[in-house]
Design a protein around this ligand. Structure first.
Ligand code: NPW
Ligand code: ADP
Ligand code: K
Length: 491
């Protein structure tokens, strides 16, 4: 498959529409189900050749249908198989009913299942069609299986994970392996879903790529092909101004380190020049700590406005350690028609009147990347943050639309969204990135990308990816300083 197809994320609703389009194009839906079920048979046998018994738990929809096919495949390969069903299989419909009728072995109700040593559970209870919280009997079954420690292979999604949001609907299997079809769903990569999927295998069951890509939205898994053309070798004729001039605003005397981390990260990430703009009180502290990074005294809005006449100043980072208040708001508003990364205190400064910022951005002329973590996101977008019906992706998309900025909604499952609806989920960040100053480093990398002229969305997703890759390279025990040293070349 082409890399742009490999990195699609498809919501359950989109997948349903793709299935329908496949059927309309003449593809036999039972063939797709058979391919799906037999892919699970193969995965189960490959991962657990020594299983004493495969226990297939089959639900009331097509996920259950996949389970009956998998059960038959396992039995035909000579394995010991037991099938337990949720609900009355006589009420199954369509392909699932056919798969059930092809299963010639016994089936007992799920209440009869007691996990035993040597069992391997094939979870075919619910997949993309999970539409509400699980009933109590299923919750108890899942809790029993999880507590028993028997390995679980999930078909499509671990039952209980909402494929759209990654949320747990009452309980969910903690699986060793998940086999999904054609493309991953958001729930495979958003937390907590991601932590319960085990290894994820995406299996091509035969829907043509053109139907899949036509039915997919604008959601992707973050990967370098998404910013292709912005990396690569430098031209021999380049000079530092061509590589871009990044400005980072420093906080006051007692809070200057964060800006220096952003500045150093921006330089390491490829900005040709980096200047820390600082008030007079902190000028000496900044100057004594900086070498390749330059220092410029900027005390108030008047000096800033004058300095901004220099159009070679390519991008700005405002927020790390800056302090919350009017000065941050004034500076940010003065920079709305430039390329600005608004982080930390820069975001929080607009808590009481975010509309002031959004209105300035709506005028256009500039580009902004905002980099909130959960707390900052809730300060600027309280209604979106409080809407439990939305996934993290949908929240980031709604915030980007409302603010006219690219939103980097940080966390272990960072989501980047653009006002036009494009969004990526990032999956290369190790947990040891959760350390003081790590976000300042990210802001500096975004700033370096904006300084070299990258569009805001590409600048943001490339930065999130490089930040994650730097974290993986620096390893556990990294500090913000060692993270900067590990930033890989832009690919
Ligand atoms: N192209 C592909 O990817 C292919 C995908 N395939 C497979 O199809 C799967 C999707 O199948 P699906 O749409 O039938 O949904 P599925 O997950 O079986 O559940 C629906 C049933 O569960 C019920 N139900 C829902 N929530 C419930 C709850 N909390 N508690 C109790 N019941 C609940 C719901 O009831 P209802 O909401 O209608 O009342 C309905 O009866 C997909 O995951 C993959 O495995 C392959 O076969 C072929 C190609
Ligand atoms: N558990 C985690 N796994 C991966 N990345 C994480 C995790 N926790 C935080 N991060 C990343 O680390 C960075 C922390 O940023 P932030 O919360 O602003 O910290 P700080 O203000 O200390 O710099 C973000 O890029 C975030 O996505
Ligand atoms: K499942």
């Amino acid at each position: 498959m082409r890399s742009d197809l490999q990195h699609l994320l498809i919501t359950p609703a989109e997948m349903t529409a793709i299935d329908r389009a496949a059927a309309q194009s003449g593809i036999d839906s039972f063939t797709l189900m058979r391919n799906a079920g037999l892919a699970v048979t193969a995965a189960a046998l490959r991962h657990f050749p020594d299983a004493r018994r495969f226990v297939v738990l089959c639900g009331p929809g097509n996920n259950g249908g996949d389970g009956y096919i998998a059960a038959r495949g396992l039995a035909e390969s000579g394995a010991d198989v037991a099938v337990f069903v949720l609900g009355d299989p006589a009420r199954l419909q369509g392909d699932a009913a056919r798969a059930w009728s092809d299963w010639s072995g016994p089936a007992a109700p799920i209440s009869a299942f007691e996990p035993q040593a040597g069992d391997v559970v094939i979870d075919a209870l619910f997949g993309a069609g999970l539409s509400r919280d699980l009933p109590d009997d299923v919750v108890h079954l899942i809790e029993r299986v999880n507590a028993s420690g028997v390995p679980v292979v999930a078909i499509d999604l671990p039952s209980g994970i909402d494929g759209r949001t990654g949320e747990i609907r009452g309980a969910a299997f903690a699986t060793r392996h998940t086999v999904t079809f054609m493309a991953p769903k958001p729930g495979h990569w958003l937390l907590p879903g991601r932590s319960l999927c085990g290894t994820l295998k995406v299996f091509d069951i035969g829907i043509p790529a053109r139907i899949v890509s036509a039915g997919a939205g604008s959601l992707r898994l973050n990967a370098p092909f998404l910013w292709a053309g912005w990396g690569g070798d430098l031209a021999a004729s380049t000079h530092k101004f061509k590589r871009g001039h990044l400005v980072v605003f420093s906080g006051d005397r007692q809070a200057t380190g964060a800006a220096r981390l952003s500045a150093a990260a921006g330089l390491a990430a490829g900005a040709g020049l980096v200047t820390v703009a600082t008030g007079k009180a902190a000028l000496g502290i900044n100057a004594s700590h900086l070498t390749a990074v330059m220092v410029k005294e900027i005390d108030g809005s008047r000096e800033l406005t004058k300095w901004l006449q220099d159009q070679r100043l390519g991008s700005f980072v405002l927020g790390p350690g800056f302090g919350i208040g009017k000065k941050a708001r004034d500076f940010a508003l003065a920079l709305c028609d430039r390329s600005l990364v608004l982080d930390a205190d820069g975001i929080t400064s607009f808590q009481t009147n975010p509309g002031e910022l959004f209105a300035a951005l709506a005028k256009g002329g500039g580009q902004m990347v905002m980099t909130p973590h959960d707390g900052e996101f809730a300060r600027l977008f309280p209604e979106i943050a409080g809407d439990d019906g939305l996934s993290k992706i949908e929240k980031a998309q709604a915030a980007a639309r409302a603010s006219h900025a690219v939103i980097v909604y940080k966390g272990a499952d960072t989501v980047v969204a653009a006002p036009d609806g494009r969004a990526v989920v990032n999956n290369n960040a190790p947990p040891w990135l959760a350390t003081a100053g790590s976000g300042d480093v990210l802001a500096g990398i975004v700033g370096a990308h904006l300084a070299k002229g990258m569009p805001a969305f590409e600048a943001a997703i490339a930065a999130v990816w490089r930040h994650g890759a730097a974290g993986a390279k620096a390893g556990p025990g990294l500090t913000a300083e060692t993270l900067i040293g590990a930033i890989p070349p832009i690919s």
